[in-house]
Design a protein around this ligand. Sequence first.
Ligand code: ADP
Ligand code: ZN
Length: 524
Amino acid sequence: LTAAAELLPAARRALKRYYGYDNFRPMQADIIQSVLAGQDTVVLMPTGGGKSVCFQVPAVVSEGLCVVVSPLIALMKDQVEALKGNGIAAAFINSSVGTSEANDIARAAVSGHLKLLYVSPEKLLSDGFMQFLGRVNISLFAIDEAHCISSWGHDFRPEYTKLGALRTQFPNTPIVALTATADRLTKRDIITQLNLHEPKVFLSSFDRPNINLIVRPGQDRVGSVVEYITRHPQDPGIIYCLSRKTCETISQKLQQKGIKAAHYHAGLTPNQRSKAQEAFLQDDVQVIVATIAFGMGIDKSNVRWVMHYNLPKNIEGYYQEIGRAGRDGAPSTAILFYSFADVMQMREMVTKDVPARQAQLNTAKLERMQQFAEAASCRRKILLHYFSETLAHDCGNCDICRNPPTTFDGTLLAQKALSAVTRARERLSVTLLIDVLRGMRNQAVIAGGYDQIKTYGAGADLPYLDWYSYVHQMLNDGLFYIAYEEGYALKITPRGHEVLKGELPLLLKKFQPAEKAEKPTRAS
Ligand code: ADP
Ligand code: ZN
C-alpha cells in the first residue's frame, strides 16, 4: 500500500497533465489508490460518474500495459483517439483492425511503448491472443461494462462469461471491473465469474437529485411533447422511441410545428448518424428523436430533458437514458409517457423468441418498470431502492412528491403480506403470495403446504388486482425484494421487518381500477 500511496501524487499530476483536471472526484482517488495497490477492484458508478479515469490514470502512472476489455467496438476508436489526443499512448484491436496494423500494435505492446490497449472480448479470447499477452508486461486488466457478464443483467454477452480465464492465466495481475449497473445479482456475478480475489467494491450513489422525475398518461403524446418544447424553446432534449419508424414520424411532426428536430437510429448510415449527432452536440437542432441506440458515449452536458415516448423495458435502461439529462448538475426533467397498452405491447416484445427463463426474467423486470410508472410513493426512492440504495426522505423533486395521491394507512395489509412471506419461509413469488393471502386452493398453494399457514386467507376480502397493486407498492417501498435466482421468491428487507414489528407505518395509494382500464393509445 505504501507504493500506492507514493503513486497517488503522480496520479494527481497525470490527471492535471493529461486531462486538465485539478482534482479527482470524491471516489476516484480511493479507487485509483486501490487499483495502484494491486487490489482487485469493482467500481459501480452511474454513467457520467467518471469511470474511465479510474483505470486510465493508473495505466499512465504504472509500468507496463493496461488491457481494457470493452464490448462497445463502435466506441473504441473514439475512446482511443481521445486518449491519443491527450498525449497517452493507446491503441485498439478488434475485428475492424487489419493483420498488419494489429502486428504493429502487438510489437508496440511487447516493447513497452503502449499504455492502454482496448480489445473486444472476442479478440481477447481468440486463438493465440492470451499467449501474445503472456509476452507483454501487463499492469492491469480493466473490464469495462462489466455487467455484461451477468445473465441477470440487461445486456448479457455470453463471451463475457469466459473472462474468468484472465485470472487463471494472469494470477498476479490486478483486475478492475467497472459498470453503471449496481443490482445485487450483477455485482455478485461480476465478482464470482471474474474470480476476483477479495475485491474492494466502490458503490457511488446513483442519485441524480437534479432530475425532476415525471410520469404522464399516454394520451395525446405528440400534443404533450409539442406543448412542453414550446414552453422550453431554449432547452435541448432527447425523445426516446421504441421503433425507428416512430422516431422518424415524431421528428417530422415536430418539424412541422417549427421545432428544430432530427431523428437518430441504427438504420441510418454511419454518415447520417454522425451528422445528426453533431447537429445536436452543436445545438443546431434542439431535439433529437432516437431509439436507445443514441447516447452511448455521447458527452453533452446541457441536455435539459429526456422523454420516453414509449415505456422502457426495464429500470436499468430507463435510468441509463434519463441519466443523459443534466450532467452539468443544473435542474433537468425526465418525462415518461405511460399507458397500460404500452405494457402489453412491451410484454410481447420481451418474451418473443427468447428462452423461457429469459422471458420470465424480462417479464419480471418489465413489471418493476410498470410499477414505477404506476407508483404511489416517491419515484426517486423507488429508483434508488432498485439499485440497492435507500433514501431517508422523499425527494421533493418528482411528480408524486409535488402532487401526492390520496393514501390510506396500509400497515395492517403490509403486516398480513409480510407475515405470510415469513411463515412460508420466504419462498413465495408475488402471485403465489396473493393466492395465499386470498385463500386460493390451487396446485402451487397445496403443493407448498401454504394452506396450513396462519395467514392463509387473511386477505380474502380484497380482489386480486387490489393485492397486486398493494404488493407492488410494498416492493417499491422497499419492504421486500425479489430473489430472481430463487424462483422469484420475495425476501423481506430490514425495513420490511420494521413494518412487520409495528415499528414503522406504511402508507398505500388506494387502488383505482380505472388506471388499468385506460383506453389503449395507438402507437403513432
Ligand atoms: P463514465 O465512464 O462513468 O460514464 P466518463 O469517464 O466518461 O464517465 O466521465 C464523464 C465525464 O466526466 C467526462 O467528460 C470526463 O472527462 C469527466 N471527468 C472525469 N473525471 C473528472 C474529474 N476528476 N474532474 C472533472 N471532470 C472529470
Ligand atoms: Zn420524490
